[in-house]
Design a binder for this molecule. Structure first.
Ligand SMILES: Cc1ncc(COP(=O)(O)O)c(C=O)c1O
Length: 458
């Protein structure tokens, strides 16, 4: 610690994560088994360590961050909060735009906030190896980075289309000591059965999750680690919101809007839930609005159905109550790999269902146009996922301009795009296409889900 103290005063870091479960508008519907019975903590022991299961179900509002985790966080935290003066000027908006720059972390995104915590708890409970899936490679590189620091091995099932599109993320994972397997693979029953049906399957997060869960469940040395969706993952990200709150306090501001992109929901929850806590506990000075942004190619919350569904394609995970496009969703190969997930975090979906949070969707062409505007004004190149949030921020700032309102907009700059330049190259050469996932495809998937689980209709 004295090592890092030169750079960052210890007291600048929050000491607690925020658990939203006690503050939801209704109790969170529990995860269910395929029989319709609730999952018990012991059902999860094959794949998660005890402390993470405890956090997953905890009603404790504030969970202390262990010193060993804080020590690693100090490598890059607190992350800077920037005001986007140049973007504001380019838009001619009276709005103030602030962004929390999570691209500062060694892997380049918000993902290590939970990867470090998960690797730490697994190490403490004697686990030797973690398995996981990755889409864009951001989550995989975060877990490779974290497991390396705590002396664990790491096996990463990487969605094949990203494995092929993003070789540099694979190299990063390997550099930090992880084994990277393109998914679907022949390693697992889940992967083999997909390949038998469709040898050229491009892979999806759903399939990769099935493979990683199966690997952990069938090997005693290993547990599984998830980069988003679950309560314990989202709560580890709340350090982002607490830091942002303190930084905004320093300039006497509180956000009118908090915006983030949503794959599984973790970076958006991380920045927004602490402000939601201020709002529900009557401590917020303004009526803060929360805006979740997703791609029109994978519109879980804007076109999906709020029901129980599996988190993976092979139906190995419990059923979670969430907005879903159906677990057999095969995503179009858009560039925001980290947003191509058929569901989203149950806590976030519950807030959307109760209209406490709003969701919007944009296509990748308008998103990349905005990313270019951002890069040309603020300089930083956003990850394609992050650029979805920026598109919504720009729309809010332009609305503020039309109304002549001085609004404070905060968004999570969830990751940099310096390893996504191939996607930018395609954008610049005019090859990107807008894509809308059809509602009929959602309806068909949901019909299949209902025929599997007739009790869902009750
Ligand atoms: C930079 C970045 N932002 C956002 C996301 C979406 O995930 P989540 O919704 O869990 O934050 C990802 C996922 O890989 C990502 O890499």
């Amino acid at each position: 610690m004295p090592r890092y103290k030169i750079l960052v005063e210890e007291d600048e870091l929050p000491r607690y994560w925020y658990n939203i479960l006690p503050d939801l508008p209704e109790p969170l519907p529990p995860p269910l088994k395929p029989t319709g019975e609730p999952v018990s903590p012991s059902d999860l022991e094959a794949i998660f360590p005890g402390e993470l299961i405890r956090q997953e179900m905890s009603q404790e509002r504030f969970i202390p961050i262990p010193d060993e985790v804080l020590e690693v966080y100090r490598l890059w935290r607190p992350t800077p909060l920037f005001r986007a003066y140049r973007l504001e000027r380019a838009l001619g908006t009276p709005a103030e735009i602030y962004y929390k720059y999570e691209g500062m972390s060694p892997p380049g995104s918000h993902k290590p906030n939970t990867a470090v915590a998960q690797a730490y708890y697994n190490m403490r409970e004697g686990v030797e190896r973690l398995t996981t899936e990755t889409g864009a490679g951001q989550w995989g590189s975060a877990l490779a980075f974290a497991t390396n620091l705590f002396g664990l091995k790491c096996t990463i099932y990487m969605v094949r289309v990203s494995y092929e599109q993003k070789p540099y993320r694979r190299v990063l994972m390997q550099l930090w000591g992880a084994e990277v397997v393109p998914s679907p693979s022949t390693r697992t029953n889940a992967g083999r059965s997909v390949l038998e049906r469709e040898p050229d399957h491009p892979g999806s997060l759903g399939v990769a999750i099935s493979e990683a869960v199966e690997d952990a469940a069938t090997h005693d040395d290993a547990k599984y680690s998830l980069g988003s969706v679950l309560n314990h993952v989202l709560l580890h990200q709340t350090i982002v919101g607490f830091e942002a709150m303190k930084q905004l306090e320093g300039v006497d501001r509180f956000p009118d809007y908090v915006v983030g992109c949503v794959g599984g929901g973790s970076n958006f929850a991380g920045i927004s839930y602490p402000f939601y806590y201020m709002k529900v506990s009557g401590k917020a000075p303004t009526d803060t609005q929360f805006v979740a942004v997703e791609p029109t190619a994978c519109p879980s919350m804007t076109k999906g159905v709020y029901t129980y569904d599996h988190g993976d394609t092979a139906r190995l995970t419990p059923l979670l109550k969430m907005h879903t496009l159906g677990h057999d969703f095969i995503p179009p190969p858009i560039h925001a790999g980290g947003l191509r997930y058929h569901g989203a975090a149950p806590t976030l979906c519950l807030l959307v269902k109760h209209n406490k949070f709003k969701s919007v969707a944009y296509n990748q062409v308008e998103v990349f146009n905005t990313a270019q505007l951002f890069a040309r004004t603020e300089g930083f190149v956003p990850a394609p996922e992050t650029a979805h949030a920026i598109k919504a921020v720009v729309d809010l700032a332009l609305e503020a301009k039309r109304r002549g309102e001085r609004r404070v907009i905060l968004f999570n700059f969830s990751g940099h795009g310096l390893l996504d330049l191939k996607a930018y190259d395609e954008f610049l050469s005019g090859k990107l296409q807008p894509y809308e996932y059809p509602s009929e495809a959602v309806a068909k998937s949901l019909e299949r889900l209902h025929s599997l689980y007739p009790w869902l209709k009750l």
